[in-house]
Design a protein around this ligand. Structure first.
Ligand code: NOJ
Length: 515
């Protein structure tokens, strides 16, 4: 599948506020990311996704963009971002920016213009009714704040008005059609933003709320998908190496319908991904598959995942994530030993995996007050823990002036210590990414098949191309016998997995890779 660099891509997501401060103002910045690129390369990640780093009032951590073409001063300048592209590329690392096409900040100049009573070029850029009193058909809106007589539609928080890509069925006079001049102008404006950054050297975009463009779109999201296909054809024609990753979590629609290269498999209550790491909101305790004593069952994951994989494998890639900036870190409930197995699984699945900064050392989810619209997500957004130095090496600013508190726990994990320990989670992740790069059968395209998912006394066994993998996160020993083992040797293991007399022995908490 094209572009071919995705085949061997392992992404690293960076929340720029919290990665590395380079100018001692207490907040992470682009020069800080540049300083840590060698770390990213040595981790085995050859691509980055950077959360929004554009000018913003930060009511939603930057997902409320005020100027799509300007780096937020707290992160640096456009020249710093261009330097970052160059420094990353020289290390073989690609860089995706975060595109927020569904809404802007209410401080964006487009919105300010559109809120004026006198009609102007931006009057149709957002979704407005023609009456300030009649609401918006049950959808979230704001009225009474503007000179313009009308209510405007929100796409997320109160400061994020929805951009106008039209309605599938424009049944009110104030609704635009998806092919109306104003809806097409919005699309062209977003394409212009994309071209701006692609021309400066970025390698594509993670797309926020990619399914949210056309309102009242049908089940298949046909009108929204048509927009993305148009954008994809622009990439194919003018930027064939650039890629798009969707926040959609519906690979059949996002990959086959809309033409995204990758679609995130997100943590949604009770979906397959949720059952792996975070199934602790069900009654009766934690049933997460990777919890040693939870009695988890891989079949709950497979029931959800396999149809999605089968439907979309010819179109693009499902992206498994360790976490993201919206999701509780996996270390909230999983121990380092459990995380090793979970990451071994994520990093040996088809598609394109993403590691969220800090998960590779098992950073904890902290119970914190909200910051910049984070609310309960704030606990997954704390500063990266580099060392035992002040502020864990994140910043030289006084501790009470840093963006969010660092994890103050005495033994909180840090990079420096884990690099020196061959048995650490970080060392494990580095070995796993290296294995993925070394074996084509572990990369994005090699076929995936379930060999054994009978949980009783056998491990979960799966095939990638010609390789066989097995995982047993439980506290019971399991074993697997089968002719597929013939002629295969153990090439990697976690725990005490062993092959003896044609049988794969998988003691508690083990992982095996055979080739
Ligand atoms: C999804 C982003 O991941 C999240 O952080 C943000 O708050 C919303 N979209 C709104 O843009």
């Amino acid at each position: 599948m094209e572009p071919s660099w995705l085949e061997d891509a392992v992404f690293y997501e960076i929340y720029p506020q919290s990665f590395q401060d380079s100018n001692d103002d207490g907040i992470g910045d682009l020069q800080g990311i540049i300083r840590r690129l060698d770390y990213v390369a040595e981790l085995g990640c050859n691509a980055l996704w950077i959360n929004p780093c554009f000018d913003s009032p930060f009511m939603d951590a930057g997902y409320d963009v005020r100027d799509y073409k300007q780096v937020a001063p707290r992160y640096g300048t456009n020249a710093d971002l261009v330097q970052l592209f160059g420094e990353a590329h020289s290390r073989g690392i690609r860089v995706l920016l975060d595109l927020v096409p569904g809404h802007t900040s209410d401080q964006h100049p487009w919105f300010r213009e559109s809120a004026k009573a006198d009609p102007n070029e931006y009057s149709g850029r957002y979704i407005w009714t023609d009456d300030a009193f009649r609401g918006m058909e049950g959808r979230p809106y704001i009225a009474g704040m503007t000179e313009r007589a009308g209510a405007y539609l929100l796409n997320f928080f109160a400061s994020q008005p929805a951009l106008n890509y039209g309605w599938l069925d424009p049944r009110k006079p104030w609704m635009s059609a998806a092919d109306s001049p104003e809806a097409l102008a919005t699309r062209e404006a977003i394409k212009d933003v994309m071209r701006f950054w692609l021309d400066l050297g970025c390698d594509g975009f993670r797309v926020d709320m990619a399914d949210s463009l056309v309102k009242d779109d049908d089940e298949r999201k046909s009108a929204t998908s048509a927009i993305w296909r148009d954008i994809r054809s622009m990439l194919d024609r003018d930027y064939p190496e650039a890629v798009l990753a969707s926040e959609w979590s519906n690979p059949a629609l996002a990959l086959c319908g809309a033409g995204f290269h990758m679609d995130f498999y997100l943590d949604h209550h009770h979906n397959g991904y949720n059952t792996l790491l975070r199934d602790y909101e069900t009654e009766g305790g934690d049933h997460s598959y990777f919890r040693r004593d939870a009695g988890g069952d891989i079949r709950r994951f497979l029931q959800d995942y396999l149809p999605k994989y089968e439907q979309s494998r010819e179109c693009g890639y499902i992206s498994m994530i360790t976490c993201n900036h919206d999701t509780p870190r996996p270390a909230r409930t999983l121990s380092p030993a459990e995380l090793k197995l979970a990451y071994a699984f994520i990093l040996t699945m088809p598609g394109v995996p993403f590691i969220y900064y800090g998960d590779e050392i098992g950073m904890r989810y902290l119970d914190l007050r909200t910051k910049e619209g984070g609310y309960q997500r704030t606990g997954s957004r704390t500063p990266m823990q580099w060392s035992r130095a002040g502020n864990r090496g994140f910043s030289n600013a006084p501790s009470d002036q840093i963006y969010l508190p660092v994890d103050a726990l005495e033994g909180a994990p840090c990079v420096e210590e884990q690099l020196a320990d061959a048995d650490s989670l970080l060392s494990e992740v580095r070995r796993l990414t290296a294995l993925r790069h070394a074996h084509e059968d572990l990369q994005a395209d090699a076929p995936f098949a379930v060999i054994n998912d009978d949980e009783a006394d056998a491990p979960f066994v799966y095939r990638r191309g010609g390789m066989l993998l097995a995982v047993n996160p439980s506290s019971q020993e399991k074993r697997y016998e089968g002719e597929l083992l013939l002629g295969k040797e153990l090439v990697y293991r976690i725990g005490e997995a062993a092959v003896a007399c044609g049988c794969l022995m998988m003691p508690e908490q083990s992982f095996a890779m055979l080739a």
